[in-house]
Design a protein around this ligand. Structure first.
Ligand code: ADP
Ligand code: ASP
Ligand code: MG
Length: 410
């Protein structure tokens, strides 16, 4: 007996035909005695459409304002509820016993952070019972419930996280992520068409790629996979070929170890904030960043620049996610600070554990950007990544020229 969790993304269930095809594939691949859980996203662009509806209702008010966050979750969670019901029906058409479950019915509890909730606990009792009785269980991705019974969502792309968390709670053999690409590539194949598919990638590298914008996996899902040791197989919904295994270490090929850099990413969901003319005295950084942290605002790429030493003023520049702009403005205003916010930026990064022992990676990145006449507005590094903030309209070119340097075409 094998217990497998399979997750199908929005483009895999975009139409009734595609939903029927997903059911057919799962039934055809299921061996007698296998227990299968399917986690599914909202159909096609449903989540975007629901967000547009909300925007139409709130008008000039900011959709990301905290006062709407509970109702946004109530709204967005409906997308997944449509697809689980339809997929469960598709299984029944094929003669396969099935049952759909919302996040709550599947026992998923989260914290109270609406729109970016984290899963706290899963009680899989009901899922186990239905599996025992021979059903394919279909669980709504992206959603959970607080202890008080409020619906929450896990952040855009969060169905991946539902799938890996369920796989961990059920102690599944593997979590398969079915999507519209046939694996993880060295960069988004929509940007660089000769990007290379990888057979394997480590959790750490994938986590860094995801964190830095590779939309193919939700970062939290990779974190959970690593924590619970669940192998994640990213593969195509439309072919039966193997894709990419995300795991603790490379298991076979030398080829995988050949490259110092594993991938290049681009994150457009950033804004550059400059807090201007901040008094240059001890404790000021603490004051700003602890105020932001108390509102769960993620800050990255912090630069403190001295204006004129006699003025005793500095400018504090940092990046945030676009959805946190309204709250960041409010927080800085409450501290009495002036600011400017630039949304026209993008963060381009290279990732690879190999760079630990390879000096000169940063110079290669900067050189590639210099040759292409692309200005770097900020830089940040971690042990296994280097990120450069560039103007948004240069981001794709930046990805291409950096990718060409590390993965030359011959
Ligand atoms: P789903 O709806 O199935 O969750 P997503 O749109 O979230 O699918 O993720 C798949 C997309 O991720 C691909 O179509 C691809 O354009 C994009 N992507 C970004 N970076 C990468 C990468 N390094 N490897 C593969 N795909 C990537
Ligand atoms: N439907 C949600 C989204 O579009 C969650 C997901 O697809 O993973 O972000
Ligand atoms: Mg996704």
């Amino acid at each position: 007996m094998t217990l497998i969790v399979k997750k199908f993304g929005g483009s895999s269930v975009a139409t009734p035909e595609k939903i029927l095809n997903v059911a057919k594939r799962v039934v055809n691949e299921k061996k007698p005695g296998d227990k299968v859980v399917v986690v599914v996203s909202a159909m096609g662009d449903t989540t975007d459409d629901l967000i547009s509806l909300a925007k139409d209702v709130v008008g000039n008010s900011d959709i990301n304002d905290k006062m709407y966050s509970r109702e946004m979750d109530m709204l967005l969670a409906t997308g997944e509820q449509v697809s689980i019901a339809l997929l469960a029906m598709a299984f029944k058409v094929l003669g396969q016993k099935s049952m759909s479950m919302t996040g709550w019915q599947a026992g998923i509890t989260t914290n109270e952070m609406h729109n970016k909730a984290k899963i706290k606990d899963i009680n899989p009792e009901r899922v186990f019972k239905e599996l025992e009785e021979g059903s394919v269980v279909i669980i709504a991705g992206f959603q959970g419930n607080t202890d008080d019974g409020d619906i929450t969502t896990l952040g855009r792309g969060g169905s991946d996280t539902t799938a890996v968390a369920i796989a961990a709670a059920l102690n599944a053999e593997v979590c398969e992520i079915y999507t519209d690409v046939d694996g993880i590539y060295t960069t988004d194949p929509r940007i660089v068409k000769d990007a290379r598919r990888m057979k394997e990638i480590t959790y750490n590298e994938m986590l860094e790629l995801a964190r830095l914008g590779a939309g193919v996996m939700h970062p939290r899902s990779v974190e959970l996979g690593k924590h619970y040791g669940i192998p994640i197989h990213v593969r195509s919904t439309f072919t039966s070929d193997n894709g990419t295994i995300i795991g603790e270490e490379y298991t076979n090929t030398m080829e995988e170890k050949e490259f110092v850099i594993r991938g290049v990413t681009n994150d457009m969901n950033v804004a550059k904030v400059a807090a201007l003319g901040v008094p240059d005295k001890p404790g000021i950084a603490f004051k700003i960043f602890s105020a932001l942290a108390s509102k769960f605002i993620d800050v990255d790429m912090i630069i403190q620049s001295v204006r004129n030493p006699d003025e005793h003023m500095i400018d504090m520049v940092f990046t945030i996610k676009k959805e946190d702009i309204a709250q960041t403005k409010e927080t800085l205003q409450d501290l009495g600070l002036n600011m400017s916010i630039d949304e026209n930026v993008s963060k381009v990064s290279v990732v690879g554990v190999g760079m630990l022992g390879s000096p000169g990676i940063a110079a290669t990145v900067f050189g590639a950007l210099a040759d292409a006449d692309i200005n770097i507005e900020a830089i940040s590094t971690s042990e296994i990544s280097i990120s450069c903030l560039v103007s948004a309209d240069k981001a794709k070119d930046a990805v291409k020229v950096i990718h060409d340097k590390f993965f030359p075409n011959n």
